[in-house]
Design a protein. Structure first.
Length: 300
């Protein structure tokens, strides 16, 4: 990957090696819990490393990657903040199984859908068809929420992940992420042997958005509707019907079947239909998810 001159990249193993010492983690935690910037002796007092030479040695190892030194003292870099964030997030684990919750919005087949959360995975299943969706969600997201709020909070969290991806940032490593709209069958790992009675219909006719991080190669797929929730035509269509789309549950926008289809492959065009109060708006996108056409109340 080409880097601008002010960005340098170290080997990941080397970076991880910097953290392979309890004393260094203690320094990062002291900066996180203290009132930055923190002076040398105050920081030394905050950690349990008696020898000042030892303390200095470990602190120096952290400077650049995780800590910066300013005139007033030491501060965490963004990566230093994120390491602490990961430690906080990692302090939550899932224990046991959450009681499933029925969602208010129906599947596009008309069936009711149930939300499950287990092993850091949110799963939505329809009781009438085999349509299932799965999303990775860290347990820290639910730290302060009541049981019945879990699907709403999960939906809000997913919106932030998708928005972040659409602005071009990987949710895992903050590296540059790209997205492409394509046929369902173009997604790496698509199983050609999938059964014919796929509830989604013919997978070649179904569009999906594939997000890929150029730095860590993390891949995430999302529906076309999800990816358009902040587009002005979609926001305005809802607003004109008196709806602030930010207040809508993301689960209203998850059904593929009759709402999303590939219209042509060369050039690639896919469309999705938003419906409010019986009015419809068909939004047509190209492979870069640019809106190329909007069609009100298209006969389908
Ligand atoms: Zn269904
Ligand atoms: Zn990444």
């Amino acid at each position: 990957m080409q880097q601008p001159q002010f960005v340098e990249q170290a080997e990941p193993e080397e970076v991880f090696g910097l953290l392979s010492d309890d004393n260094r983690v203690a320094i990062l935690r002291a900066l996180w819990n203290g009132d930055e910037p923190i002076g040398f002796s105050e920081l030394h007092d905050a950690v349990d490393i008696g020898d000042s030479g030892q303390f200095n040695y470990h602190l120096k190892k952290l400077v650049d990657q995780f800590v910066t030194r300013a005139e007033e003292g030491y501060e965490l870099t963004v990566a230093g903040d994120q390491i602490n964030g990961a430690i906080e997030s990692g302090s939550y684990t899932t224990s046991g199984r959450m009681e499933p919750i029925q969602l208010d919005s129906l599947c596009s087949c008309g069936g009711t859908r149930t939300f499950y959360y287990e092993d850091e995975l949110a799963t939505i299943e329809c009781d009438s068809c085999s349509l299932t969706a799965r999303y990775d969600i860290p347990p820290s997201v639910f730290a302060d929420c009541d049981h019945e709020e879990v699907p709403t909070v999960a939906g809000r969290y997913l919106r932030t992940v998708i928005e972040r991806l659409h602005h071009g940032f990987c949710p895992r490593c903050d590296g540059p992420a790209e997205h492409t709209a394509c046929q369902f069958t173009d997604v790496p790992g698509w199983d050609e042997e999938e059964p014919e009675d796929n509830p989604l219909g013919n997978p070649r006719e179904l569009p999906i958005v594939l997000h890929e991080c150029r730095q860590c190669e993390h891949k995430i797929t999302s529906g076309v509707q999800y990816s358009l929730l902040t587009h002005p035509v979609v926001v305005a269509f809802h607003y004109d019907h008196g709806i602030d789309i930010r207040d809508c549950s993301i689960w209203e926008f998850t059904s593929f079947m009759d709402r999303e289809r590939v219209r042509s492959t060369d050039p690639f065009r896919a469309s999705t239909v938003f419906t409010v109060d019986g009015d419809e708006l068909t939004v047509v996108v190209d492979e870069e998810m640019r809106v190329v056409e909007t069609i009100p109340d298209e006969a389908t």
